[in-house]
Design a binder for this molecule. Structure first.
Ligand code: NDP
Length: 288
């Protein structure tokens, strides 16, 4: 472990680029079979549009095909379900991602229920989450998988270590706790949330702290054990720009390893979407 004053930067951009290159090589070695990711973008949310654009950009760099289906914010539940149903039935589409969040009048759970588990590249359906709980092969939510890939790549020890995850959503916190406590990863995980008492003390007891609350810079020096690994998932849009859950400047002299924000978990989420698309294709019988 380097000196505490010189933390390892868990560079999500570099690892994303490495993973995109590896997927492109795998695709080329398999003779570039047709593997297609479809995204569904509903409405005009600016950040969502940017996220979707980036997903297509990196899918192309990885040698994957992709297509974007757009519906207006005023679209009806029936129109969304019709579109997702058609993509689910289309043998030329191997992965489907419905960009979150949906406009509030739409029933997200009903849309997710239409996704076959083997095309659920966001890993958010009941089927995918059930497979994760049971340790069966399947598709894992992209952001938690990205956190795991960062820890693996930078050889951050997890076995027997205590990981505190701040946030208990089905998108990030809960699946991440499951992933990190899986056999082979073997961390002991604690999920914290807004009703957790003594959060500061709890985080200070951890070898790995993941901030996934969306509360700007809520994790500071008081939350850090010397040499701990800190992973920032949170994104808060503030007057001073986009900030994470972790107060980077306050903790950087204490920690052993830390993600930058931006440039940490965000790029990894895209890389793992592409990894999942490849996994989805293999689940559908494509050799790659
Ligand atoms: P949710 O709002 O669904 O969940 C937030 C969680 O944080 C809840 O469990 C909530 O607790 C908990 N929480 C809120 N405030 C506190 C607090 N003061 N102390 C402790 N826990 C708290 O968000 P998501 O899980 O969807 O996303 C989390 C963050 O990650 C967001 O900022 C989101 O933008 C970002 N994100 C980043 C991605 C990336 O690629 N980097 C990808 C996906 C999301 P409770 O359940 O009690 O309300």
């Amino acid at each position: 472990m380097p000196a505490a004053a010189d933390p390892v930067i868990l560079d999500g951009i570099a690892l994303r680029d490495l993973m995109v290159g590896q997927i492109a090589q795998r695709m080329a070695a398999a003779g570039n079979p047709s593997v297609c990711l479809a995204t569904v973008l509903i409405g005009d949310d600016g950040p969502s549009r940017t996220y979707v654009r980036n997903k297509h950009k990196f899918a192309a760099a990885a040698g994957l095909q992709s297509r974007n289906e757009e519906l207006p914010a005023s679209t009806s539940q029936a129109q969304v379900e019709d579109l997702v149903g058609r993509l689910a039935a289309d043998p030329g589409v191997h992965g489907i991602l419905v960009q979150q969040p949906l406009p509030s009048h739409l029933d997200n759970d009903a849309v997710l229920r239409l996704l076959p588990a083997e095309k659920d590249v966001d890993g958010l359906t009941t089927g995918s989450l059930g497979r994760l709980v049971r340790g069966e092969p399947g598709l894992t939510p992209c952001t938690p998988l990205g956190v795991l890939r960062l820890l693996e790549h930078y050889k951050i020890p997890t076995a027997g270590r205590h990981a505190v995850i701040v946030g208990r959503s089905t998108l990030v916190g809960t699946p991440l706790a499951l992933l990190l406590s899986r056999k082979g990863v073997d961390a002991t995980t604690t999920i914290a949330h807004s009703r957790t008492s003594d959060l500061t003390e709890l985080c200070r007891s951890a070898d790995i702290v993941v901030g996934a609350s969306g509360q700007a810079r809520m994790i500071g020096a008081a939350h850090c054990k010397s040499g701990a690994t800190l992973i920032d998932v949170g994104i808060s849009r503030t007057e001073s720009g986009i900030v994470g859950d972790i107060d980077f400047d306050a903790v950087k002299g204490l920690v052993g390893a830390i993600t930058p924000m931006p440039g940490g978990t965000g790029p990894m989420t895209i890389a793992c979407l592409l990894e999942n698309t490849l996994t989805a294709a293999t689940l559908q019988g494509i050799t790659v």
